[in-house]
Design a protein around this ligand. Structure first.
Ligand SMILES: [Zn+2]
Length: 276
């Protein structure tokens, strides 16, 4: 991961998110649309979320120290967890608001669909940038994609609310809230997978290939993803009995170094093969 580049991308996303959020908040206050309100509330969460992602990403880049021997990589997951918290909070606020206004007629102004329409531009750009970026940022892209979908739903329903009946606007707000809950469940699943010590098949294959390149067989592999493309683990390799310890150590050392270059930080344990 190229840290200054990621930070620059995140700063750009923050600016886009603030611009989009301000437009939506203004549209929901002036026009009185409930669907644009749901939209605006999630956009506030969106902006705070990207700030949290930046904070945890920077902390995660810190090198190993006395209390974190393996480095601080997993602190970056704090960004995803903050995002879940913020959107859950918004889901609660919005649900209470919708329950309270159930069955009460209200007026929707055309300002709501107009400002929600303009907000599509900055959010559209943010989604495009985030989706093409590193996975820490692309999970943010998932939530920002809600902002886009929300913009479209809230434009249509608030327009219907202004032109025909508030019920159309209210229905739009319910649909948006339902989708927010769905995304929360999806993202919780992804965070749980991210911390589940998964051992991807292609990483196992890569370890075996590197060992074979140095002419040794691998007896056992334990590897787990720490974050993104960083892995930790230990492997046991077989070396012919009778080979001097210096030579065996040198092979183990070379394999460790080669794997470390690929982001795989493993301890190599040497055992004599038992064929004799
Ligand atoms: Zn530390």
């Amino acid at each position: 991961m190229n840290s200054p580049k990621v930070v620059r991308i995140i700063v750009l996303l923050i600016v886009l998110s603030i611009v989009g959020g301000v437009l939506k908040i203004y549209g929901s206050i002036v026009g009185g649309s409930k669907s644009v309100f749901v939209d605006a509330a999630t956009s506030i969460a969106n902006t705070i979320a990207i700030l949290m992602i930046l904070k945890f990403f920077k902390e995660g880049m810190e090198p190993p120290d006395k209390d974190h021997h393996y480095g601080h990589h997993r602190l970056a997951i704090g960004g995803s967890i903050s995002m879940l918290m913020l959107y859950s909070f918004v889901a609660g606020v919005v649900t209470v608001d919708l329950i309270n206004s159930l069955g009460k007629a209200y007026k929707v102004g055309y300002e709501s669909p107009i400002y929600a329409s303009i907000a599509i531009v900055p959010y559209g750009l943010a989604v495009l940038i985030a989706k093409r970026s590193y996975s820490i940022v692309s999970s943010y892209g998932g939530f920002t994609a809600i902002e886009l979908i929300e913009s479209i739903v809230s434009i249509l329903s608030s327009f219907g609310g202004a032109a025909i009946s508030y019920i159309i606007d209210f229905s739009g707000a319910i649909v948006l809230t339902g989708y927010l809950f769905y995304e929360l469940v999806e993202n919780l699943r992804q965070v749980v997978i991210a911390i589940s010590d998964v051992a991807p098949k292609d990483v196992i294959d890569r370890i075996i290939r590197v060992a074979e390149d140095f002419g040794v067989d691998v007896e056992r592999i334990r590897v787990r993803r720490i974050i993104e493309n960083i892995y930790h683990g230990d492997i046991v390799i077989k070396i012919e009995p009778g080979i001097p310890i210096e030579e065996a150590h040198s092979v183990a050392d070379t394999i460790e170094k080669e794997l470390r270059k690929q982001g795989i930080d493993v301890v190599v344990h040497v055992e004599p093969s038992k064929e004799s």
